[in-house]
Design a protein around this ligand. Structure first.
Ligand code: DX5
Ligand code: ZN
Length: 224
C-alpha cells in the first residue's frame, strides 16, 4: 500500500489545525513534519512544542524529519512530543548506529534520510536496522523546489538492494513530489510519498491528496 504524507512546511502556519483537517479529509495517511536548525540546512522551521501541539490536534501519525545537526540530542524530546516515525540524516550522524538504536528502543519507527548527493552505499551497514529510508529528491531546506529526476533511479536501485537482501524496509521520498512523478516513484519502489507544495499550494488540498492516492494505489498494490 502506498501512503501519502502531506508536508506541513507548505501549510498555513497560522491555520495549521484547519489545514491538517483538510488533508485528513482527503485521506492522508500521515503528516510530515520538517524540523530545521539553520545549521544542517540553511533554514529554520519548527520544533518540539509544535510537534506536541500537532499531536493534540490530529490522530494522523506524525512523520518527523529531523534536518538538524547532532539529532541524538533531541531524539527523546521528539519521541515524547509524539513522533510516530522519526528520520535522521546519515550526513548529520557520525554515530548513526547508536542513533537508530536509540530511536528504535523508544518504540517509534526509525528512518534514515539521504541527501541527493549521498550514495546508497552509506546505508549498507545500517539498512537492516531501519524501518524506512527517506530518499531526498531535492536538497533539503525549502519547500517548493524542483524534483531531481535522478532520484527515480536511486529509488529503483535501493528497492533492488532491499529485495535482494530480503529486508522489510519502506522507501519514502521527499521533495518535489507531485502528480507528475508519483506514478514513476511508486513503480520504482517508493511506498511513502511526502508532498508539500503540490498539496497545500493547490486550490483544493483535499482533492490533491485524493488524486495522489488515485494515481499511486493501483500501482503500489500490483507491485507488492
Ligand atoms: C525539504 C523538506 C520537504 C518539503 C517538501 O527540505 O524536507 O519535506 O516540505 O516540499 P515540496 O513537496 O514542496 O518539495
Ligand atoms: Zn521533509
Amino acid at each position: 500500500m502506498v501512503q501519502i504524507a502531506p508536508s506541513i512546511l507548505s501549510a498555513d502556519f497560522a491555520n495549521l489545525a484547519r489545514d491538517i483537517d483538510i488533508v485528513a479529509r482527503g485521506g492522508a495517511h500521515a503528516l510530515h513534519v520538517d524540523v530545521m536548525d539553520g545549521h544542517f540546512v540553511p533554514n529554520i522551521s519548527i520544533g518540539i512544542p509544535v510537534v506536541q501541539a500537532l499531536k493534540m490536534t490530529t490522530r494522523l501519525p506524525l512523520d518527523v524529519h529531523l534536518m538538524i545537526e547532532n539529532p541524538e540530542r533531541f531524539v527523546p524530546d521528539f519521541v515524547k512530543a509524539g513522533a510516530d516515525l522519526l528520520a535522521v540524516h546519515v550526513e548529520a550522524c557520525p554515530h548513526i548506529h547508536r542513533v537508530i538504536t536509540m530511536i528504535k528502543s523508544s518504540g517509534v519507527k526509525a528512518g534514515i534520510a539521504l541527501n541527493p548527493g549521498t550514495p546508497l552505499g552509506s546505508l549498507s551497514e545500517i539498512l537492516h536496522m531501519v524501518n524506512f529510508v527517506l530518499i531526498m529528491s531535492v536538497n533539503p531546506g525549502f519547500g517548493g523546489q524542483s524534483f531531481i529526476p535522478d532520484s527515480i533511479d536511486k529509488i529503483r536501485r535501493l528497492s533492488n538492494v532491499i529485495h535482494s537482501r530480503d529486508l522489510n524496509v519502506t522507501i519514502a521520498v521527499d521533495g518535489g513530489v507531485s502528480e507528475n512523478n508519483a506514478a514513476d516513484l511508486v513503480t520504482a519502489g517508493a511506498r511513502l510519498l511526502v508532498a508539500g507544495s503540490s498539496i497545500f499550494k493547490s486550490s483544493d488540498p483535499a482533492e490533491a491528496v485524493r488524486r495522489l492516492i488515485a494515481i499511486t494505489h493501483p500501482i503500489g498494490s500490483s507491485h507488492t
